[in-house]
Design a protein. Sequence first.
Length: 242
Amino acid sequence: MKPLKTDLHIHSQFSDGQLSVAEIVDLYGAKGYGAIAITDHLCERGGVIGHVSRRLNLSLTEEKFSCYMETLWREKERAQKQYGMLLVPGFEITKNSFFHQRGAHVLILGITDFIDPDLGIEEILYEAKAKNALTIAAHPFLTGDFEFQTLQLWEKRNEWQHLIDLWEVNYRQKIFDHVLNSGLPLVASSDFHRLNHFNSWKTIVHSTGTESDFIQALREQRVELFYENNPISQIFENSCHK
């Protein structure tokens, strides 16, 4: 087993992130990470918030999804060859609401199939599990930032926990004690959008390094949390088109 520094919640220029996928690979590879997941937003088509997010190119679309996955696959091969780093494909089903209890974000990792974000959350979770995806409840608490809040998964945790593999325990630098002490399987990630998000609570996963064992290690909670406090001294200049 190897201890792999891991960040499973990262956004690129395919949605609302600052860096390209290639720049993210170089950033995390240079910092000695063993595994990352790229998880760009996939917003609903319906509703004002989802419609605006798509119009502003802050979300993946069904039309853009295959290009996104092709980019991840290409960078997955480079990440392994250049840095010995595992890149897990993923996306973040994003259901925003003006009502905290209706909002929900779900990270879906390890599959390249499109899942319709207009389905209900329970349907999305069932479809993801049928495809053997790893499912993560993203920031299922009041984050404290001025943004849409996502409490639906936490409020439905007793009903849906069999469909959710992991629960985010942190929002960047802050650990949420009620999640930490819940007895649910946990993960810490940065929700990286820009360079100043890099320093955050993250996860060390004890795994052989293959993708299948890595995901199994997360499900079995062969993990520990750690706080990354590593200065970012360079903005990567070689960007690629979306």
